[in-house]
Design a protein around this ligand. Structure first.
Ligand SMILES: [Zn+2]
Ligand SMILES: [Zn+2]
Length: 170
């Protein structure tokens, strides 16, 4: 029997979550997990009930803003922001949770994740934001690049890829 390891399992779920994204540029999915339980999910898109970039267009797209710049002119929240907001809305503590995200967080999200008490971030696609990486390191948040297949056999998140573990830690 070929069961997925925990990191693989949650990352696959994050991929499914990303399919709900309404961003014109990149679909991102995020899941908050603690003690192997899913606390909340989020994908990038406009606030609930408001028109999405996919319906009315996006200024960043129209003005051909390069990746990583001028996030504020887009209507969408990032997946990491949405997952934290969903937890807040339902009164779920995010302290000491692990974030599984299909893309590495930007600096805006990194700051929020630090203050939400996230201890570990597992991501698939790299997003080179130097300030985000620097601040997460300063806050002692573990950043782990997920490598499909590599996680197999590991049992619990945090055990094999902890702060001192070398597996995939950047
Ligand atoms: Zn947009
Ligand atoms: Zn972000």
């Amino acid at each position: 029997m070929n069961r997925p390891a925990w990191d693989e399992y949650f990352m696959e779920l994050a991929e499914v979550v990303s399919k709900r994204s309404t961003c014109l540029r990149r679909s991102v999915g995020a899941i908050l997990v603690r003690d192997k339980l899913i606390l909340a999910t989020g994908y990038n898109g406009a606030p609930t009930g408001l028109k999405h970039c996919s319906e009315i267009g996006c200024l960043r797209e129209e003005q051909r803003v390069p990746s990583g710049e001028r996030h504020e002119i887009c209507r969408a929240l990032h997946a990491e922001q949405n997952v934290l907001v969903q937890a807040a809305r339902h009164g779920i503590s995010t302290k000491d949770a692990t974030l599984y995200c299909t893309t590495e967080p930007c600096v805006l999200c990194a700051k929020m994740l630090i203050n939400a008490g996230i201890r570990r971030i597992v991501f698939k696609e790299e997003y080179p934001d130097d300030l985000a990486r620097q601040m997460l390191g300063e806050a002692d948040v573990a950043r782990v690049r997920f490598m499909p297949g590599e996680a197999r056999g590991m049992d619990a998140p945090g055990e094999a890829c902890g702060k001192d573990g070398s597996d995939g830690t950047l």
